[in-house]
Design a protein around this ligand. Structure first.
Ligand code: ACO
Length: 315
């Protein structure tokens, strides 16, 4: 790749032109997108597991319908994203094998357990809330297929956030036991949600290049701050307490618009979870491995059918 080619490509990015699958692109740009979109797809698919756990035990039919729809949406997002990654020359089989072998990452957040119904509320409110904050700017990502996929994904994510927050409202405004359940879920999900945005900018190895290529539009710390500022009033409305004694309104922050200062993030916990040592990492990959193995006959049958059709056409 010559410096002229790289400079020309950067000019296209700077003119806000969308890059499409058959356009020439630097190998690093392709590699970054395959990594990020693949990781994103895996997160959606693994993300079905913590909530799938509660579908059979949802407290009412209405709650069950909404949760079922949400988990199905996540499956759809995963397939949509695998397709976007496939436009870059990688196969879904390859990506799945990388997930199962531990080579490809998926979001840290899905390695936490969901022991109570209130977790369905906290996940929708906080995890999907964080996902929206991160994904709205991805609608303007320089790679066309990823940006376009994100438009629909974000619409559905906002339904997910609302269904979660509505569960939190019911619990927080319910009996003392229900309010306690809601508080307990907030206590367990707050910090992992804050960590979802990734390491501090100073430790984010990919950010500078991804920002220059306009794959990322905001840094990890910028999005984390936006999320905290948007979410604290929602916690106040619920009458719940965010588990951070250092949380404090700072009128000077955000160029004088104000924002929250917050406590130190436990990065040891984050990296332990990312490297496979979270409470649910083994369960999650075991479940995905089982689904992949159980589906083998379907893939084989589809392949055999396709071969038969091709042979029929040729004869
Ligand atoms: N969980 C697991 N790994 C993470 C996380 C996280 N929450 N955050 C960062 N990392 C990893 C990165 O993948 C990277 O590792 P790699 O180089 O081996 O891939 C490393 O930590 C350093 O981080 P960054 O350099 O900051 O990585 P990047 O620029 O890719 O930014 C981010 C991370 C913000 C998650 C970005 O990839 C992104 O926006 N992805 C798309 C959104 C997404 O995947 N969301 C998933 C959860 S939302 C949902 O599914 C409901």
């Amino acid at each position: 790749e010559t410096p002229e080619f790289l400079a020309e490509f950067q000019k296209r990015i700077d003119r806000e032109e969308k890059i499409e699958p058959n356009d020439p692109m630097p190998s690093g740009y392709r590699k970054t997108l395959v990594r990020q979109i693949g990781q994103h797809a895996h997160s959606e698919i693994v993300g079905m597991l913590p909530e799938g756990n509660w579908i059979t035990r949802a407290p009412t039919l209405r709650r069950k319908i909404a949760l079922l729809a949400k988990v199905q949406d996540e499956g759809g997002h995963g397939l949509y994203l695998y397709s976007a990654a496939e436009t870059l020359g990688v196969s879904r089989k390859q990506m799945t094998e990388e997930l199962l072998s531990g080579k490809a990452k998926y979001s840290s957040i899905f390695n936490y357990p969901t022991p109570t119904w209130a977790d369905m509320g906290a996940i929708g409110w906080l995890v999907d809330g964080a996902a929206i904050m991160n994904q709205i700017p991805l609608c303007r990502c320089s790679y066309g297929p990823y940006a376009r996929a994100m438009v629909r994904v974000c619409k559905e994510e906002s339904f997910h956030q609302r269904q979660g927050y509505e569960i939190m409202i019911s619990l927080a405004h319910g009996s003392p036991e229900q309010k306690e359940m809601a508080q307990d879920a907030l206590n367990r999900w707050w910090w992992p949600s804050i960590m979802m945005f990734g390491p501090h900018d100073s430790d984010s190895t990919n950010s500078d290049q991804s920002m220059a290529w306009k794959i990322k539009r905001f840094s990890n710390d910028e999005l984390r701050q936006k999320f905290i500022d948007a979410t604290i009033p929602q916690a106040e409305y619920l009458g719940l307490t965010v588990p951070d004694p250092d949380l404090k309104w700072n009128p000077e922050k955000n160029d004088g618009k104000g924002g929250y200062d917050f406590g130190a993030i436990d990065w040891d916990e984050f990296w332990t979870v990312v490297k496979g040592g979270g409470k649910m990492n083994v369960d999650r990959i075991t479940a995905r491995q089982k689904a992949w193995d159980d589906g083998e006959w379907v893939r084989d049958a589809a392949l055999a059918h396709a071969k038969k059709q091709t042979a029929k056409k040729a004869s």
